[in-house]
Design a protein around this ligand. Structure first.
Ligand code: TNX
Length: 617
């Protein structure tokens, strides 16, 4: 009897969170509109799957997903059968006759008898992602899909996630896993930061030394910027790069998931790896340069000679051949001007070209690069420093030092992608103030902060607002050396980013996000083999509460996880009390007690411990 009661309690506790109680059915990012209905559709071996577009990438994606989960249903081409035969019960329809104008929108209607998904292009793919998110695989070859009517389209056209592979290298398998994650949550642009001071990571056939020399550094600095001994290095050579063939493989893999890759080739600064390979591009070619072994922007930059431009054009030509997307990111950030100030060539160029100063020279540099990229029908993106000295005519600006650069660019009628560190878009920042967070660059960007970010600044008028084409989060990897840590830094924050990028503000709600959608997705992500930072239990925080009688209603932030607690002063672990129902704690007059709690997931991942001091002294 006791056991039964316990089971009921556990079931109740589990039910409080997750898919059932969320108005958006646990779907991340929350769709435009969801009408839930009773019942569910049963997908089994008898179900017909019909489509008017059998070779559509979305149809292929769903087919592969179903195959992996033990379904052998064939997919029937609607064009091959007559209309009447096409109207069957127990059927899933994947149609491209989407009435709405949006390329990325979709409608998904699930009844007990039919599932009808319609969307064009990426829209059908996003509909498939939603379908997969709500589908519950009961066993191999059998799934249920809860009845609902969903209508959806994104808020922003550019929904980006960045990965720095220069400071630490991530192999093709990991990059694909990262892209999978983006696709699941309807992000559509992968900003691949391929070059920096600490390593050049893409093969360029004309300039082989970029990788034979530029992809290797002799050693790496240990630890963080501050409070650390800057003379400590790991004494271990480090390197890695992608061949052009591998790049093409990743480009195709992303395209199958409606993700465009924006490659970044940094200039004029963050270029020490390239200068180590080809000093001829520097202000003083008689010097030797090394691939940087420490962090922070290095001092050496490209010198804007004709030779440098000739080489950069050649590099960019190969890059544009590899990456078919519209945008090429040319960096442009953090350019130290000392070398240009000391260079007779640069000073002469400033005079001859009637430039104001070194900022003018930076602008000259970017404009010249832009002309080359534009001539091939492509467009450049640059970090907001490209505003200094005047924007190149067609450049899109990535606003990272707050929103100021983005606002200025939009006011000059330039497109903008918002990615401010101050808005929580720097996923190299720590995820809480706890001393138990791993080494990071600093800053505090908890999921709640990411979630609250709105990329459209209030001071822009309606015309200018149209230039905010989207939003992106960045994972710089100075302190992220392993795939496990990259996933830890990105999750769960990427889920919040997805709602910032996709969901209209009226549908955003942090409480329902973290108790419902995030909790559900983290449970699913664990099953898929992703690492993530496990959120602390709900209903408790590191604080002191005064009084004698307390009640705590805790909650698990991950579906399938358990919350364990102690009141004996010891650190909670799986040997301690398992939270299943509200706790009443009485603290005797004149005493102090501690309630400590931890989340432990089904797979054994642990949150930080939260401790509340109950003070009745
Ligand atoms: C600034 S964001 C940089 C990067 C660093 C990052 C660390 C930007 C355009 N430049 O080179 O990795 O800060 O947060």
């Amino acid at each position: 009897m006791k056991k039964l009661l316990l089971l009921v309690l556990v079931a109740l506790a589990a039910q409080c969170y997750g898919q059932d109680n969320d108005a958006y059915m646990g779907i991340v990012p929350a769709p435009m509109s969801v009408k839930k209905a009773k019942g569910s559709f049963l997908l089994n071996a008898e179900t017909s799957i019909l489509t008017d577009a059998p070779s559509h990438k979305a149809v292929i994606f769903l087919r592969e997903y179903l195959r992996k989960n033990g379904f052998t249903n064939s997919i029937v081409n609607l064009n091959d059968i007559d209309k009447k035969a096409a109207m069957v019960k127990n059927a899933i329809y994947l149609r491209t006759n989407y009435k709405n104008g949006s390329r990325e929108g979709y409608d998904l209607n699930v009844t007990g008898e039919q599932v009808v998904l319609s969307g064009k292009d990426a829209g059908l793919f996003y509909g498939v992602q939603t379908l997969i998110q709500i589908m519950k695989i009961e066993k191999r070859g059998v799934a249920t899909i809860p009845c609902a009517m969903i209508g959806d389209e994104p808020r922003f056209a550019y929904r980006g996630m960045h990965l720095d592979v220069s400071r630490h290298f991530f192999d093709v398998d990991f990059v694909k896993k990262y892209i999978d994650l983006m696709a699941m949550y309807k992000l559509n642009t992968f900003h691949w930061h391929l070059t920096d001071d600490q390593g050049w990571r893409v093969e360029i056939k004309h300039y082989p030394k970029l990788t034979t020399v530029g992809s290797m550094r002799a050693q790496t600095k240990i630890g963080g910027f501050s409070g650390n001994d800057s003379s400590l290095f790991d004494n271990t050579p480090y390197g890695g790069f992608y061949t052009q063939e591998q790049i093409k493989e990743v480009v195709d893999y992303a395209a199958e998931r409606f993700i465009t890759i924006v490659p970044e080739i940094e200039m004029p600064a963050h270029s020490m790896a390239a200068l180590a390979a080809y000093p001829i591009m520097s202000a003083d070619p008689s010097k030797t340069y090394k691939v940087d072994e420490t962090w922070g922007g290095g001092p050496n930059v490209y010198c804007p000679t004709d030779t440098t431009f000739h080489m950069l054009f050649g590099i960019l030509d190969e890059v544009m051949d590899m990456f078919p997307g519209h945008y090429i990111h040319i960096g442009g950030d953090e350019c130290p001007k000392d070398e240009w100030k000391a260079s007779a060539f640069c000073q002469q160029l400033i005079k001859d070209s009637n430039l104001k100063d070194e900022s003018g020279l930076q602008s000259y540099f970017i404009r010249r690069i832009e002309r080359h990229v534009n001539a091939r029908g492509r467009a450049i993106i640059g970090w907001d420093e490209i505003l200094e000295g005047g924007l190149a005519p067609n450049a899109t600006v990535m606003s990272w030092r707050g929103e100021t650069g983005g606002i200025a660019a939009a006011q000059q009628n330039h497109d903008v992608i918002m990615t401010p560190g101050s808005g929580g878009m720097y996923f190299d920042h720590r995820q809480s103030k706890s001393a138990d967070e791993p080494l990071s660059i600093g800053g505090n960007a908890p999921t709640s902060k990411v979630y609250a970010y709105d990329p459209v600044p209030a001071q822009l008028n309606n015309e200018q607002r149209k230039h905010i084409i989207g939003v992106q989060a960045n994972l710089w990897t100075e302190y992220v050396a392993t795939p496990n840590k990259a996933e830890f830094m990105v999750l769960p924050r990427l889920l919040a980013l997805a709602e910032v990028a996709w969901t209209v503000p009226a549908n955003k709600d942090y409480n329902s996000f973290c108790r419902g959608r995030e909790a559900r997705q983290l449970g699913l992500l664990e099953a898929k083999g992703y690492n993530f930072r496990v959120p602390e239990p709900f209903g408790i925080s590191d604080t002191t509460l005064k009084g004698g009688s307390f009640t705590f209603e805790l909650g698990s932030p991950v579906e399938g996880a358990r919350v364990y607690y102690t009141i004996d002063g010891f650190t909670p672990r799986e040997t301690d009390l398992w939270y299943t129902s509200p706790l009443s704690i009485e603290v005797p007059k004149g005493k102090e007690m501690y309630l400590q709690a931890i989340t432990i997931t089904a797979g054994g991942k642990r949150s930080n411990v939260v401790k509340v001091v109950l003070d009745n002294k």
